[in-house]
Design a protein around this ligand. Structure first.
Ligand code: MRU
Length: 348
């Protein structure tokens, strides 16, 4: 059972995903700044996991506060939330978790709680966010598993597994695990996912741990394999879904969605409602992170491209809603028109 981020009395524990699959090393992060660096530098990654980590980071910052005045604690928390909010721009779960922790603080303050009570309340809420995330993935696994037919091969892009969430299930890999739990025979094709190789390093590692058959391919092989009829469904996660169902996910997802449509293959997106941003009307409004060009010019310390070459490194792309067969959430399966179906899920 993989749980990539945990709370402990010593600090926030993170499985260092930069080192997988070669090394399984846990880091103990003792300050909110260390947690923010862990998110920024991809020790922990994947939208729901980033949200959980940020909540723990805020709780840790509150726990380490040494003052005696609640207004000073508020100022400190505003600062901490500002630092967290600058780590990764696309994964909306980060901002969702920051907002929730802020609201929890405001409520406790309004109720006249003491500083030590507020600290305990914030720690508890961060743990609740974590537990709720795992429960959401369990439900996504159940609903998503039902959409998968027996004897299916599922193609996935990036890592939307336990490692990318609070743990245990995952979103896209949760659907795979759900289908397996329902007694279905499934195998997975994992895109390696250049440049950060979340597919090759993390999805492959996770599925091997669970004995789920997985075949690794390079990103540019998916069209060829789909054309041969070897893919029965595509299932991916998401970093932010707009109110109209446009889906931001790891760079290359859009390409896979276009190919899936061309070959008549269902394209499913699995994500908790904390990934749905009702404040973004369409995918046009989703900020797309651009990362260090060294991720493209180098693999670890090996240089691949000539010195000084101009490089683009967009970390995410947006798949338009018309290419999305369904969005699987903890409240059930949403289908087009998404503006209505997603809205309904928040109203239930
Ligand atoms: O840059 P990352 O590794 O944080 O990006 C994560 C993804 O894009 C995943 O594909 C995932 O689908 C979203 S998180 C479940």
């Amino acid at each position: 059972m993989i749980i990539p981020v945990k709370w402990s009395d010593e600090g926030v524990l993170m499985l260092d995903q930069r080192l997988l699959p070669m090394e399984e090393k846990w880091l103990t992060l003792k300050s909110f700044n260390e947690v923010a660096d862990g998110i920024r530098n991809m020790v922990v990654r994947g939208a729901p996991a980033i949200g959980v980590a940020a909540a723990y980071g805020i709780a840790l910052g509150a726990k380490n506060f040494v003052g005696t005045n609640v207004d000073d604690l508020k100022e400190e928390l505003d600062y901490i939330c500002g630092v967290m909010g600058k780590t990764r721009p696309t994964a909306v779960n980060l901002f969702w978790a920051i907002d929730r922790m802020k609201r929890t603080f405001q409520k406790a303050k309004a109720e006249g709680k003491s500083i030590s009570e507020i600290k305990q309340i914030l720690i508890k809420d961060a743990k609740d966010i974590h537990d709720e995330d795992i429960e959401s993935q369990r439900l996504i696994a159940q609903f998503g598993g039902e959409l998968i037919e027996n004897d299916s091969t599922i193609l996935t892009h990036c890592n939307a597994g336990a490692l990318a969430t609070g743990g245990v299930w995952g979103t896209a890999l949760g659907v795979v695990r759900g289908a397996v739990n329902q007694g279905k025979k499934v195998s997975v094709i994992a895109d390696e996912t250049r440049p950060y190789l979340q597919g090759a390093r993390l999805t492959a590692w996770e599925l091997l741990q669970d004995d789920i058959p997985v075949t690794l391919i390079t990103d540019n092989m998916s069209g060829h394999i789909m054309k041969q009829g070897k893919v029965h469904a595509v299932v991916v996660g998401s970093d932010r879904i707009a109110a109209n169902g446009d889906v931001a996910n790891k760079i290359g997802t859009y390409m896979v969605a276009v190919l899936a449509q061309k070959h008549g293959i269902p394209f499913y997106v699995a994500a908790p409602l904390s990934t749905v941003d009702m404040n973004c009307a369409t995918g046009e409004e989703i900020p797309i992170e651009e990362r260090n060009i060294r991720e493209i010019t180098h693999v670890q310390d090996i240089q691949l491209a000539p010195e000084g070459i101009s490089v683009s490194n967009y970390a995410f792309d947006v798949t338009p809603n018309e290419l999305v067969t369904a969005i699987i959430t903890e409240k059930g399966v949403a289908r087009a028109p998404y503006t209505d179906s997603l809205k309904k899920m928040f109203e239930e």
